[in-house]
Write a new protein. Structure first.
Ligand code: ADP
Ligand code: ZN
Ligand code: ZN
Length: 816
């Protein structure tokens, strides 16, 4: 008898055994996919992780339907890594498998597919089976895979669907809902009427008196002769020292034509930057130190102040690893940042850079997956957000985790709740690769690891080009309000500085922390604030849509005209967010061009890119934004950064509040004065003397670190204690209360370490489910694996209590 052991893409911790024929047995290798029946009538794409001859004892093994791959598409290193993730983060291996693979590779009977809209299909190129599916989709908008099984009257249909997806005819339904599209870059070329090179002389003659336009056209000719690649509007205006308005005029005259290419899909003609990147002395020293560090250690932290030129050091290191032929993984905290970086890296490495993240279409993700698997030069460097670490690397040599302190590296939901930085270090170890963590404000955990000698540490304390660190001025809000020096949320000092910056043609960034500043509608008569019917939170007022929305479940309603509690019509908006700051700005600076960057304005297509671009192109003078501003953006004309209110970050009830406040303020400040002139930062606060604020002012990372580390030790937090947070949910309040108390007591009895709770979190009901949390703190001297086993056992016995079975538990290891 012959069997395979497989992982199913379901939230199941076990692997399953299926029967295969002898021929199949000799054909199948670990890492291939097979279509298997499961449950009554479902079909799933399973992953083979073992081939054996051990008959399962508990159940009769079913036969697989079909082998889906000719070669493994998942490597053994990967499988081992996924098993580590499942074990470390206490989640089902099926969750990891499901989260790791592009969903096009995970077809199942329930998958819904439709035809890609607006495409031309050459029916003669379709096989009979493919044609039948295609034809069926002319009658119906979408089909379940199960329907197709019926139409074709056979079980082995995944390859048919896969082919149709590869041919770009079918898409998975989920994708249809995705609104994300990567950034488009604007290019210009000569208008097509000059395609034959005729009329060029006349063209220049017509521009005889338009010097600026003529100049830019001449520059265009020069550039196209020397670069032999598409020319961006940005490059052209830079080289010609001209403006986009003049390019626009030429487009209007039909001399130029504009066109757009998706930034990360541009194919360069192989020509990369010729003038070599020259590291500054400080960068060169850091570069050498990092290499030296790698001869002794696996992981190194590059702690370089904002604008010290960390990216350029990464580029130099990548260059060296490229020569060894190894693969390189570059992780970023935010998808929105990849476009900026990709453009920068493509300048150096041309076609060797691939991009991968969860918002990519299935086709694109499968394409990169294959490239990495086959180890093609096209994907030798992979840039991506956290999910890129699931790619089938087999020869990884170097991993960069940029902005390693960012909490977005930790996945919160759904499971696997992994930390991409930590998981990538384990992945690198399995590949014998080196890891470079980079940040201007390292996380306490990482810095602690450098102090204990586990990681190496390289520091740069100067900005590139000897640009000075910005000058930070504190403005005391208490005093300003007392002396009536405030206009709305703006102190006279801040207004003065903005006025000066604007008058010098410089740009301004204003930072408003999102947390706790969602605007709401309040009744002036009875004080009622509309609440979400399904969650215990106030509804947020969205002015431009004239709507109230729940940020937790998406519930929305039109803005009411009268109070739902007392029917009064006297309603007011309360709280202040970026929107209100923007409004106040319009009144204070009626002539300034103001932009806003927050969840609202960046939601739409290209939202983020548009705002960043218009700010870079100086079409916007003052940019108001939330945390998004803190993440590694490089603007060269910003001379002033204003932090509207530092206090609400500081007093967030979270053991990381001070660390985060320090990081946020330092990072936002770091956007100021990145070129010659020294930048300025104004921080408005009620707590001028607060240690964290003083540490920001004096750029005193060490001081922040030491203080926070001390607190962490006293109050039993990381890095001294590992945190595991259990979140229990149920629709029945009393049952949840009772169940979580039961589990808590069992844990307290059986674990000799701190167990806290069961706590009702500040938001204790979401989507009509009540929530309780239990926090477990595991000290350094205690076996982590052993404790996790005990916890798992107790959760299992919890599940075996009939009345608690319906209570869901989410486990979050290394809760952030
Ligand atoms: P960081 O990531 O440390 O904040 P960046 O890598 O974004 O800093 O560099 C800051 C600015 O300095 C960027 O505009 C970058 O192009 C420029 N820069 C840094 N190093 C160099 C170098 N060696 N040569 C030219 N420009 C550099
Ligand atoms: Zn009322
Ligand atoms: Zn809600």
């Amino acid at each position: 008898m012959h069997f395979v052991e497989v992982i199913l893409p379901l939230s199941l911790a076990k692997t399953f055994t299926y029967r295969v024929s002898e021929t199949e047995y000799h054909y199948i290798r670990k890492g291939m996919r097979v279509a298997v029946p499961f449950g009554k009538s479902k079909i799933y794409t399973a992953l083979v992780i073992e081939i054996h001859q051990n008959k399962p004892t508990l159940y009769e093994a079913k036969e697989i339907h079909q082998i889906l791959d000719e070669n493994p598409i998942v490597t053994e290193i990967q499988i081992a890594h996924w098993q580590w993730i499942a074990s470390y983060y206490m989640c089902a291996i099926g969750d990891v498998y499901r989260g790791a693979m592009p969903s096009a590779l995970l077809l199942e009977s329930e998958t819904i597919i439709s035809q890609k809209p607006a495409i031309f299909v050459d029916e003669s190129l379709l096989s009979d089976d493919e044609f039948l599916v295609y034809e069926a989709l002319q009658q119906q908008n979408s089909l379940k895979v199960q329907d197709i099984i019926n139409i074709l009257n056979k079980k082995n249909i995944f390859p048919v669907i896969q082919k149709l997806i590869d041919k770009n005819i079918l898409v998975l339904q989920e994708e249809m809902l995705e609104s994300y599209s990567p950034k488009l870059i604007r290019y210009v070329k000569l208008h097509s009427k000059y395609d034959s090179n005729e009329g060029l002389e006349e063209l220049l003659a017509t521009l005889k008196n338009a010097h600026k336009q003529k100049d830019i056209v001449m520059r265009f000719f020069q550039l196209s002769a020397s670069e032999k690649k598409p020319i961006t509007v940005k490059k052209l205006t830079e080289v010609a020292k001209s403006t986009s308005a003049i390019v626009k005029a030429l487009i209007d005259k039909e001399i130029f034509e504009e066109y757009y290419i998706q930034v990360d899909r541009v194919n360069f003609s192989g020509k990369t930057k010729e003038e070599q990147l020259q590291l500054s002395e400080a960068q060169q020293i850091a570069f050498e130190e990092i290499k030296k560090c790698f001869s002794e250690k696996e992981v190194c932290l590059l702690h370089g102040v904002t604008s010290s030129g960390k990216t350029e050091i990464y580029i130099k290191l990548i260059e060296e690893y490229l020569e060894t032929g190894k693969q390189i993984l570059y992780l970023l905290p935010e998808i929105a940042l990849t476009t900026q970086l990709v453009a920068r890296l493509r300048d150096y490495f041309g076609n060797k850079v691939a991009v991968y993240h969860s918002k990519y279409s299935n086709n694109e993700r499968v394409e990169v997956w294959q490239q990495v698997l086959e180890h093609t030069p096209k994907a030798q460097i992979v840039i991506g957000a956290r999910s890129a670490l699931f790619l089938p690397f087999s020869n990884l040599g170097f991993v960069i985790v940029d902005e390693e302190h960012e909490q977005t590296f930790k996945q919160v939901d759904p499971s696997p709740r992994y930390h991409a930085r930590d998981a990538s270090i384990v992945l690198a170890n399995n590949n014998k690769a080196k890891v470079l963590l980079g940040s201007a404000t390292p996380s306490i955990e990482t810095y602690y690891n450098t102090q204990s000698g586990k990681y190496g540490l390289v520091e740069i304390s100067k900005r590139y080009g000897n640009v000075m660190m910005p000058e930070i001025e504190l403005v005391g809000l208490k005093d300003k309000y007392f002396r009536k020096r405030m206009s709305g949320h703006f102190s006279d000092t801040l207004i003065e500085e903005i006025t000066t910056a604007l008058s010098l043609g410089e740009q301004v960034i204003l930072f408003q922390n999102r947390r706790g500043y969602s605007p709401v509608i309040e009744c002036l008569t009875c004080g009622h604030v509309p609440q979400c019917p399904q969650c215990d939170v106030s509804l947020t007022y969205h002015k431009h849509k004239n709507q109230l929305r729940c940020h937790y479940c998406g519930y929305s309603m039109a803005k009411p005209n009268n109070c739902h509690s007392c029917t009064s019509v006297h309603l007011t908006t309360k709280g202040f967010g970026t929107e209100q700051i923007q409004q106040e700005l319009v009144e204070l600076f009626p002539n300034a061009k103001i932009g806003r960057m927050d969840q609202d304005t960046t939601r739409g297509k290209y939202g983020f890119e548009k705002i960043i671009d218009s700010f870079k192109n100086r079409e916007v003078e003052i940019l108001v934004g939330t945390q998004m501003l803190a993440k590694g953006l490089d603007f060269d004309n910003v001379s002033l950064v204003g932090i509207m209110n530092a206090d609400n970050m500081l007093y967030h009830p979270d053991f990381r509040a001070f660390e985060r406040s320090f990081q946020m303020m330092t990072q936002v400040s770091g956007r100021s004065g990145r070129s010659e002139k020294r930048g300025k930062v104004i921080i408005q606060t009620y707590n001028i003397e607060h240690n964290t604020i003083q540490q920001v002012v004096h750029n005193n990372y060490e001081g922040m670190y030491k203080e926070q580390l001390y607190e962490r030790q006293i109050y039993k937090y990381p890095p001294f204690f590992k945190l595991i947070k259990l979140t229990l949910k149920h629709r029945d309040f009393d049952k949840l209360k009772e169940g979580s108390m039961w589990l808590f007591q069992v844990m307290q009895l059986n674990l000799t370490i701190p167990v806290l709770g069961p706590e009702e979190p500040p938001i204790s009901r979401i989507r009509n489910e009540y929530i309780r949390t239990i926090m477990i703190k595991i000290p350094q001297n205690q076996s982590l694996q052993g404790t996790k086993k005990t916890i798992q056992k107790m959760m299992n016995s919890f599940e075996s209590v009939a009345q608690y079975r319906a209570i869901k538990i989410a486990v979050n290891v290394d809760f952030y």
